[in-house]
Design a protein around this ligand. Structure first.
Ligand SMILES: C[S@@+](CC[C@H](N)C(=O)[O-])C[C@H]1O[C@@H](n2cnc3c(N)ncnc32)[C@H](O)[C@@H]1O
Length: 218
């Protein structure tokens, strides 16, 4: 359980601006949707997807690095990890098992099937949107495990969108619909307090000292 008195104390160490950001960002965070990227090769694409997750309020992102020799570097991971929770997997099967265990349906995003177009997507189920590698797209494992295939309609000559562009379009669309719905999509009070504590930890420079001083005075 979160020590609410500690949390209250820690907030004195935040600037007004930072505290205001926590207060406005947290009620917009959701775990109703999550994202998984599969073996995305270009670091700037991974970074851009993480950024879109933060911008559109997705609290958790899953990154599979099964076929990648070049793993995401610490700097990129840490930059996004400050605000978004990052789960890393060395194989796609364990990622799928994990998100399924958390109650998410598997949504394979792909330009190749007309199974479900973005504007027809049913937002009511908890969904994990899988995005594939720049060259080959999603693996057969994800395609076989998918509960649905989601496509952004395209009318040009090009056969697919860039992965981070697809993620931004899909997340913008589904999160807008979600906020307009009466689905209970927000984090629970406890999850909000946990995140607030975590963000204080990542923001306050002398966090450990502040905490030990707080408990020594008690
Ligand atoms: C550059 S595309 C991969 C193209 C690859 N040649 C293929 O056959 O899938 C990278 C990823 O972006 C997403 N994507 C690209 N265009 C999309 C579209 N029109 N609808 C849904 N997802 C798309 C998919 O996740 C895809 O795996």
């Amino acid at each position: 359980m979160i020590d609410l008195k500690l949390l209250e104390h820690l907030e004195y160490y935040l600037t007004e601006n930072r505290k205001h950001r926590f207060d406005t960002v947290l009620p917009n965070r959701t775990k109703h949707f999550t994202v998984a990227t599969e073996d995305v090769y270009q670091l700037h694409n991974t970074s851009a997807v993480m950024r879109s997750c933060d911008v559109f309020g997705i609290q958790e992102i899953n990154i599979v690095e099964e076929r990648n020799s070049k793993r995401i570097d610490r700097e990129i991971a840490m930059g996004a990890q400050k605000w978004v929770d990052l789960n890393r997997y060395q194989d796609v099967k364990s990622c799928i098992a994990d998100v399924k265990a958390k109650g998410y349906q598997i949504v394979a995003t792909t330009p190749h099937t007309n199974d479900c177009e973005l504007h027809d997507f049913d937002i009511s189920k908890k969904s994990c949107f899988f995005f594939g590698r720049e060259t080959e797209g999603l693996s057969q494992t994800v395609l076989d495990e998918a509960d649905c295939y989601l496509k952004i309609p395209m009318v040009g000559f090009t056969e697919s969108l860039n992965i981070s562009v697809s993620a931004a379009i899909i997340l913008q669309h589904v999160t807008t619909k979600l906020r307009q719905s009466d689905i209970a999509w927000q984090l629970s009070e406890n999850e909000i307090n946990e995140k607030r504590l975590d963000w204080c930890k990542k923001t306050i420079k002398s966090y450990e000292d502040v905490v030990s001083r707080f408990y020594s005075k008690k």
